[in-house]
Design a protein around this ligand. Structure first.
Ligand code: NDP
Length: 453
């Protein structure tokens, strides 16, 4: 690391001591930027990096709501408006008990670079709450969402900040949030993405993140003259992203063999077929059950509970060709990364945001496997959110085929940008460097053009 990046990281660590995920995300980007900064000292004199690591605005608020027993509950809500240099803030809302300011700042920071890579005019933001939707009734979730929007509506708007879903926020939650925004503002506008297809949502938005991840993986494999056909794939998670990664792997002839939730994972060596995937969708999206139930129905599968205090996650200790972490941040630690290599994995494509710890990424790079970092590989979701915004403001509607075609083009372009940028800056085949540098250049140049704001 250069002296400049060293001293920047010291400042970032000092100022954000209680935010390890945010520091990790900044360090990962900063480490890629040495060569860019030495070639373009004006980024240093204009203090672009010092500005990029400070959110433009953070809103933190009380979310009081009443549960089904009539008791008052209080949660904490947030919106981190990170960077609007290239467009209005855009990024998801996460409802999970682990949500805090540091987690949302890391996600917002990643989002800034990811959105820049899509080539769409989208700034970066992220928000959410420590509310846990698990075990809550639909009415409780509705009352929580309405209360959350009572405050959030002051800070968002179709030209200002357009939230979407993330962990714990799917179609049901977006519906309740949109309903309350419309009620308060008396306007029907595209202020949220991931809406229902019958009321302003885009075709393919629910599928877009997962499909995009697999399109990106297919592009990576193509550089080695390989395809997904017949490849055994480990997938973690069983939510929106994991389900659609599995679906697209099946479309392209691959064989998904694992899925997980926060309690454990299932290994089905016979393959998770379309029929089995439909069962998982119903289990997770409608009945909101646990993945363990899969083994009651399909005897070919084995369930392994996951002990979160263990030194490694056993899902990554299975033989396969490709791995798609699609649950949450830091779900692949150093030992898991070594296990993946030991088990013959030659492609890791990240559906979750920052699922691999820094030491794990170093192992993938040292082993020269195909490693698709989240900010590039999972950008398909926000890209189709951008297409949803275009359809809303143009009052137009695109069929599934058209949106899917645009998604494929965007993922292909992101792949090309990563490869070309990595090569240009002397680190060929390093997708992480390519993504960080390309995203940074777009934002940094816009910030230079706009002066010190
Ligand atoms: P969902 O809420 O639909 O699913 C999340 C899945 O991950 C569930 O299976 C959940 O298990 C599991 N999970 C969540 N937290 C943990 C944890 N701490 N430990 C182990 N497992 C966990 O979320 P999404 O599928 O939308 O999001 C998954 C990842 O993809 C996140 O990192 C998100 O930021 C990222 N992402 C999502 C996008 C989107 O469009 N939705 C866009 C880009 C990135 P359980 O059911 O037990 O909670």
């Amino acid at each position: 690391m250069s002296n400049f990046v060293d001293s920047l990281m010291e400042q970032v660590k000092e100022k954000n001591q209680a935010e390890p995920e945010f520091v990790q995300a900044v360090e990962e980007v900063a480490n890629s930027l040495d060569i860019v900064l030495s070639k373009n000292p004006r980024y240093i004199s204009a203090k672009i990096l010092e500005r990029i690591v400070e959110p433009e605005r953070v809103i933190m608020f009380r979310v009081p709501w009443i549960d089904d027993k009539g008791e008052v509950q209080v949660n904490r809500g947030f919106r981190v408006q990170m960077n609007s240099a290239i467009g209005p803030y855009k990024g998801g809302l996460r409802f999970h008990p682990s949500v805090n300011l540091g987690v949302l700042k890391f996600l917002a920071f990643e989002q800034v670079f990811k959105n820049a890579l899509t080539t769409l005019p989208l700034g970066g933001g992220k928000g959410g709450s420590d509310f846990n939707p698990k075990g809550k009734t639909d009415n409780e979730v509705m009352r929580f969402c309405h209360s959350f929007m009572n405050e959030l509506q002051h800070h968002i708007g179709q030209f200002t900040d357009i939230p979407a879903g993330d962990i714990g926020v799917g179609g049901r939650e977006i519906g309740y949030l949109f309903g309350q925004y419309k009620k308060i503002k008396n306007e029907f506008v595209g202020v949220l993405t991931g809406k229902g297809a019958g009321w302003g949502g885009s075709q393919v938005r629910p599928q877009a993140t997962g499909y995009g991840v697999v399109y990106f993986a297919a592009e990576m494999l193509k550089t080695k003259n390989k395809t997904l056909g017949g490849k055994k794939c480990l997938i973690s998670g069983s939510g929106n992203v994991a389900q659609h990664v599995a679906e697209k792997i099946l479309d392209l002839g691959g064989k998904p063999i694992t899925l997980s939730d926060s309690s454990g994972f299932i290994l089905d060596e016979a393959g998770i077929t379309r029929e089995k995937l439909l069962f998982v969708k119903d289990l997770k999206n409608n009945r909101r059950g646990r993945i363990k139930e899969y083994t009651d129905k399909y005897k070919s599968a084995i369930y392994t509970p996951v002990d979160n205090s263990a030194t490694n996650n056993p899902i990554w200790d299975n033989k396969a060709d490709c791995a798609y972490p699609c649950a949450t941040q830091n779900e692949i630690n150093e030992k898991d990364a070594n296990n993946l290599i030991k088990n013959g994995i030659y492609l890791v494509c990240e559906g979750a945001n920052m699922p691999t710890v820094a030491a794990g990424v170093d192992i993938f790079k040292a082993e020269k496997i195909l490693y698709g970092p989240s900010k590039a590989a999972n950008a398909g979701g926000v890209a189709v959110s951008g297409l949803e915004m275009s359809q809303n403001s143009g009052r137009i509607y695109w069929e599934s085929e058209e949106v899917d075609k645009k998604l494929q083009e965007i993922m292909k372009n992101i792949h090309t940008t990563c490869i070309e940028t990595a090569k240009k800056y002397g680190t060929p085949d390093d997708y992480a460097n390519g993504a960080n540098i390309a995203g940074f250049l777009k934002i940094a140049d816009a910030m230079l053009d706009q002066g010190v704001v």
